[in-house]
Design a protein around this ligand. Sequence first.
Ligand SMILES: [Fe+2]
Ligand SMILES: [Fe+2]
Length: 250
Amino acid sequence: MVDLKETNIEDLENFDWVAYFEYNNAHLLKLDYTKHDELTEEDIKCITPSIRAFQIGEGSEGKNLKRRVKKYVEKTKDYPYEKAMDWFVIEENRHSQTLKKYMEIYDIQPLENIWIDKVFRVLRKLMGLECEVIVLVTAEMIALSYYTALSNATNSTLLKTICKQMLQDELKHVVFQSYTLHKISRKRNKILNTIVRAIRKGIMRITLQVVWIKYKKLFIKGGYSKNQFKADSISYLNQSIQIEKSGKLL
Ligand SMILES: [Fe+2]
Ligand SMILES: [Fe+2]
């Protein structure tokens, strides 16, 4: 299990996310796509369903998200947040492109759409920015376990490097989005905040069940039991809620 504290952010309130994203994108891990024989037939079979699903899930134009961010920034005057969110969308699209390129090596066809992604997109559109961020950060916490499992599931050096980059990026994303939730909730009614946290727990429980049922073969090959996957996901959620409550990485 990775730890949000690995992001080493001491002062979340004054953390310059735009500078971080700029630096990160100028210092990406080198990926060598010329190796074509790292995966066995069995490996390909094992990773195909989940990697196709995550490839499509990572990619999004973020039009709806950007519209909501704009509205939020107009209200709060939190201008750097808009730029940071643009970077966030760029990184997610890079993730999608990276997976696509890797899939091409082994002729794994990308999906046009997938029902769970559609459900996520509909959910995100239902309410405001907060709802959208809650759904996003849930998917990212699941991704922390997924890329750990994917990294362990095969002997492909390239895939391990891809997963390492993903994990580095997603850890920061989880902290970034959890802090967004802190900014939204900090001056709000305590009862409402408690209800939102309970909803977040519900969404996480449902998501992890569905993901386990669909992709357990990959998770098991990557060293996870269902209990471990569940425990890690809940632990990430508790850390995220901690940031939302306190504005700090404790
Ligand atoms: Fe991502
Ligand atoms: Fe992400």
